[in-house]
Design a protein around this ligand. Structure first.
Ligand SMILES: Cc1ncc(COP(=O)(O)O)c(C=O)c1O
Length: 455
């Protein structure tokens, strides 16, 4: 009997008990994060005003497996384990011998992978007695995930949402409010840096770097508040590995191992969450030919055009300095609809792995991502988030290469979220109003001139 399985599932009892920490297996340790003022390696005491101690420990831990607290697993069980799908209808449409698999994270209450870390972060803050958390959000996915997690543990949430997305995506703000959070457009009049930006340009579209500055300033100006970041940092990628660990078990169930793992990258958390448990096999030499492709927008080409340097995590130079590919902390990317991919930097873990040659990067244009997203909707049914469409574009391109070469490669990608709250973007595309943005070379060169002078 031929196997025509579409959906591979795990039982709740198979929910992983540990997150995987790649820092245990890196051939060279990560370069240290630096203090934004002293430029010396950060100490736990430097980070204590921002994060609970458990997360600070996870940030620098080199233990391979870190136990997931039962309270966090209990919330995960509301939607996890998530299923692995074989995209048979897409394969047929593309007429490709490639086998395409995707792990679908859009089934979480906020509709993306983001609650995998939001729930853990809200939990550790609550445990340390923190009453309130401030954060930034791009497309609103992260803000809504943290709002949901705050509601789970009774923690108050304040969200600075990148202005352009706040107005493009009002439903994300309403979701946050439904979960009890307070969301304002960034730049906002609530902080010094926000007021300065508004005075210089009342129509400033905002950026993730700027929204981070506002959330950090908010945190530093109050005693009852911690800060939370939805991507980039090591502990965030750690929490996301629950997805890759599930995917590994499910690929075994399907009797397959991927030749290529693909994810879209903003700060890098969903892609890394899927690929880190697989990159482990490349690091230890068991799967030397595994390819990992991180996909980003041409309009914000961090991994494909940025230098590997020390840069500030935010525009106002208040957040830690990280070693990463960067377009410069002052870079304001064009207002593409994939708001979650408009960050000037990238997770140091992803940058380190790329620098060492374990992963590769690719940039795609906005219009071709929507074309891929529509093909996916008309074959597999899911209306994907604009961020996720970047991964889908690369998947389709790889599958078409297989059609040319006749190779039956196994491709696995992370479907990071649905686009039900992105209908304005779909409307713009379907009515021919969406445009591509060229690589903004001059703006990037200008912002790279202001990198920190690290000794
Ligand atoms: C659906 C979705 N996918 C991907 C991303 C990109 O973030 P990251 O690279 O941290 O996964 C976002 C960010 O908001 C998102 O909402």
């Amino acid at each position: 009997m031929s196997d025509n399985t579409v959906k591979y599932t795990l039982h709740e009892r198979d929910l992983p008990r540990y997150w995987y920490n790649v820092q245990a297996d890196l051939p060279e340790p990560l370069p240290p994060a630096l203090h934004p003022v002293t430029m010396k390696p950060l100490t736990p005491a430097d980070l204590a005003p921002l994060f609970p101690m458990e997360l600070i420990k996870q940030e620098v831990s080199t233990e391979r497996w870190i136990e997931i607290p039962d309270e966090v697993r209990d919330i995960y069980r509301l939607w996890r384990p998530t299923s692995l799908f074989r995209a048979r209808r897409l394969e047929k449409f593309l007429d490709t011998p490639a086998k395409i698999f995707y792990k679908y994270e859009g089934v979480s209450p906020p509709g993306s992978h983001k609650p995998n870390t939001a729930v853990a972060q809200a939990y550790y803050n609550k445990k340390e007695g923190v009453r309130r958390i401030a954060t930034e959000t791009g497309a609103g996915q992260w803000g809504s995930a943290l709002a949901f997690a705050g509601a789970c543990f009774g923690v108050e949430i304040k969200v600075y949402m990148v202005g352009v997305s706040y107005y493009q995506k009002p439903y994300r703000r309403i979701m946050m409010e439904a979960w009890g959070a307070n969301c304002v457009p960034s730049p906002s009049p609530d902080t010094n840096i926000g007021r300065q930006m508004l005075a210089a340009d009342p129509d400033c579209p905002g950026s993730l770097g700027l929204a981070i500055s506002e959330a950090v300033e908010d945190t530093m100006s109050r005693d009852d508040t911690h800060y939370s970041l939805g991507s980039v940092l090591n502990h965030v990628l750690l929490h996301q590995t629950i997805n890759g660990l599930e995917a590994k078990k499910l690929m075994e169930q399907a009797g397959e191992y991927p030749d290529i793992v693909i994810g879209c990258v903003g700060g890098g958390s969903n892609a890394a969450g899927l690929f880190l448990p697989f990159v482990k096999d490349k690091l230890d030499g068991t799967r030397p030919n595994l390819r990992i492709i991180n996909v980003e927008p041409h309009s914000c080409p961090t991994l494909t055009k940025g230098p590997h340097v020390y840069d500030y995590g935010d525009s106002a130079k208040m957040a830690p300095i990280l070693k990463m590919y960067s377009l410069g902390h002052g870079f304001m990317p064009p207002p593409i609809h994939a708001g979650g991919l408009r960050y000037h930097g990238m997770a140091p873990i992803i940058c380190h792995l790329q620098k060492l040659g374990y992963t590769e990067a690719r940039a795609v244009h906005q219009l071709e991502t929507f074309e891929a997203g529509i093909t996916f909707a008309r074959t597999e049914g899911i209306l994907s988030a604009p961020e996720t469409m970047h991964a889908i574009r690369a998947v389709i391109d790889e599958a078409l290469k297989c059609r040319e070469s006749g190779e039956a490669k196994t491709i696995l990608f992370n479907h990071s979220g649905h686009g039900h709250v992105d209908m304005a973007a779909y409307d713009a595309y379907l009515s021919g109003k969406l445009q591509d943005y060229e690589y903004p070379r001059e703006k990037i060169e200008e912002s790279l001139a202001d990198l920190p002078k690290v000794g």
